[in-house]
Design a protein around this ligand. Structure first.
Ligand SMILES: Nc1ncnc2c1ncn2[C@@H]1O[C@H](COP(=O)(O)OP(=O)(O)O)[C@@H](O)[C@H]1O
Ligand SMILES: Cc1ncc(COP(=O)(O)O)c(N)n1
Length: 270
């Protein structure tokens, strides 16, 4: 009998394929997890920005969640864009239906700077959903929003990660340093220790979908039963290679390359 590691993403869409649900499913596939998805919002966006957003009716969001969890195994899941408090409430009341690691990418804006979450929803997400997470993966502006303080140094990132766990109840917090200069350093507080994950900064504007790809990779590894630290280490490698081999596609920030670590595909280009 074939067994599969099953990973679910609950997020918004990106028809240009670099971020959101599309990035998540591609990443799950590359990392050999059976991918499943629940759509929160349909987003008309591309590499240049967000044109329009259509939120799923709440009833339809609930029915999608129920359809997956009543029938399919879920070994790990992530949330990305959740636009409104009503949607957050629907997800919160569904949580008891799953007993699996929960990775939250607290998506507030697209890389273009366009908002993907209503302003008043941010506090609700922090105070009501964050405490249920196995891991939350804010970038620096998102971490600043959660703790209400500015983050400049690596020391600040460490303090932010600790505070997100100790004051706001996440089991672990990974503060991502993509928005700083110099090395791309991410800081994890896992409830007891600080760990750092770093790579050289790649000189590219093509970073559309990096956060989605990273959190989806972590979710995929967790669905295989990998430990949190190992899942982040492997995912840092995956996202770094996806950025290094990103595509010059579209007129804005190009998308990451989800199959960059697949040697056989690579070799064709070398
Ligand atoms: N230019 C870059 N070179 C190498 N790694 C990067 C670069 N930009 C972002 N990263 C890494 O990509 C991941 C996503 O981070 P970040 O860009 O901060 O998140 P988000 O997409 O949510 O804004 C992190 O591991 C970060 O360190
Ligand atoms: C539906 C959706 N979710 C998330 C992002 C953020 O993408 P990034 O990974 O570049 O921060 C996005 N642009 N669209």
């Amino acid at each position: 009998m074939n067994q599969a590691a099953c990973a679910l993403t609950i997020a918004g869409t990106d028809p240009s394929g670099g971020a959101g649900i599309q990035a998540d499913l591609k990443t799950f596939q590359e990392l050999k997890s059976y991918g499943m998805s629940v759509i929160t919002s349909v987003v008309a966006q591309n590499t240049t920005g967000v044109k329009d957003i259509h939120d799923m009716p709440i009833d339809m969001l609930k029915k999608q969640l129920e359809a997956v969890s009543s029938d399919m195994p879920i070994h790990a899941f992530k949330t990305g864009m959740i636009a409104s408090i009503e949607m957050m409430k629907a997800i919160k009341s569904w949580l008891p239906a799953v007993a699996a690691p929960y990775v939250m990418d607290p998506v507030m804006m697209a890389q273009s700077g366009d908002p993907l979450m209503e302003e008043e929803s941010r506090l609700w997400l922090r105070d009501n959903l964050l405490p249920y997470t196995t891991l939350v993966t804010p970038n620096i502006p998102e971490a600043e929003d959660i703790i209400g303080e500015s983050i400049q140094s690596i020391e600040d990132m460490k303090e932010a990660a600790e505070q997100i766990v100790t004051s706001f109840g996440a089991s672990a917090a990974l503060v991502k340093g993509g928005h700083r200069k110099g090395q791309a350093i991410d800081v994890l507080f896992d409830g007891s220790d600080i760990h750092t994950f770093s790579s050289k900064r790649i000189d590219t504007e093509n970073t559309h979908g990096t956060g989605c790809t990273y959190s989806a990779a972590i979710t995929a590894h967790l669905s295989h039963g990998t430990s949190l630290i190992e899942a982040i280490e492997q995912s840092k490698y995956f996202v770094t290679e996806a950025i290094r081999h990103s595509f010059e596609l579209g007129q804005g920030s190009g998308p990451t390359n989800h199959f960059a670590t697949r040697e056989e595909v690579f070799n064709k280009w070398l």
